[in-house]
Design a protein around this ligand. Structure first.
Ligand SMILES: C[S@@+](CC[C@H](N)C(=O)[O-])C[C@H]1O[C@@H](n2cnc3c(N)ncnc32)[C@H](O)[C@@H]1O
Length: 262
């Protein structure tokens, strides 16, 4: 049985293999990708406080404790969804119900929806923690934050943008081509740090000329979550690639290019 046959049979219906299903799955993959794309663009505006109607520092205010609890719940929802649905055991279970070719798109869609909920329901905490008065330094920080986002985007393309966001899977399914098994890769930036995408997020979130309590809460919790995510991801990568990944960990640092193992 080919992998594609297996994908179709695990969905448990002949419908899954039909041409019409393949086309619908493809359209679904594109729709999920578009939702992701709008979400990530909104995320830039939300965190940097530009060009979107609701930013990290705007919206209905709530008493501090209530705002903190709501914001923590919103971030926890994203963290749990994003981490649990990415684990192999979960994927093995839920692909009994969700066809494998659209599994990644569905993951991307759920992650985007939980982020949109966060942007929508986020409660601002406007107390200013720091505010950079020097205009040159303020511009440098904004540029650095933008550079963080560029690093995120560039790194997704370096590792495999279209597979990460599910388009490769639905396109291959549409043309009846099997997905290749995952390969260990260390292209370009991945030769210097193991997690350039996560490094980009950390830079984008921390480099703020005005840091409010709400922004700091978001940044501190997401930074912590990134470290938890790295631990989970690396455990999976060791299971998947064995010594190849273990040696990579010895050789290349986690986030800071000039120090090994950090
Ligand atoms: C959102 S990406 C993040 C990649 C990396 N952690 C980063 O920050 O750039 C997560 C996916 O990339 C895959 N991945 C991470 N490092 C990889 C590598 N060196 N080679 C192949 N796949 C990798 C993981 O298995 C996971 O499916």
């Amino acid at each position: 049985m080919t992998q594609l046959d297996h994908q179709v049979h695990s969905f448990g219906s002949d419908v899954a293999g039909s041409r019409i299903f393949r086309f619908i799955a493809f359209l679904y993959g594109i729709a999920a990708y578009l939702v992701f794309f709008v979400t990530i663009l909104y995320a830039i505006g939300f965190v940097m406080g530009v060009m979107v109607p609701k930013t990290i520092d705007t919206g209905a205010e709530a008493p501090v404790v209530r705002a903190v609890v709501i914001n923590l719940l919103l971030m926890s929802l994203f963290a749990v969804q994003h981490s649990v649905m990415a684990r192999r055991q979960f994927k093995d279970w839920w692909t009994q119900f969700v066809p494998k070719p659209v599994e990644r798109s569905t993951y991307v869609l759920f992650a985007s929806l939980s982020l949109l909920l966060l942007f929508w329901q986020w409660r601002p905490l406007p107390s200013v923690i720091w505010s950079v008065e020097n205009p040159d330094l303020a511009v440098t920080l904004v540029t650095l934050s933008f550079a963080g986002w560029v690093l995120v985007f560039t790194s997704t393309f370096i590792i495999n943008h279209f597979e990460l966001f599910g388009l490769h899977q639905v396109t291959n399914h549409l043309i009846g081509k099997e997905m290749e098994p995952p390969r260990f890769k260390t292209p370009l930036l991945y030769k210097f740090v193991r997690h350039p995408i996560y490094l980009g997020f950390i830079i984008a979130f921390w480099a703020a000329p005005v840091m409010t309590a709400g922004h700091l809460l978001f940044t501190a919790v997401t930074t912590l979550y990134i470290f938890v995510g790295i631990a989970l991801e690396e455990s999976d990568l060791v299971d998947l690639f064995g010594d190849e990944y273990r040696q990579y960990k010895q050789r290349v640092s986690m986030l800071i290019p000039w120090r090994r193992s950090v």
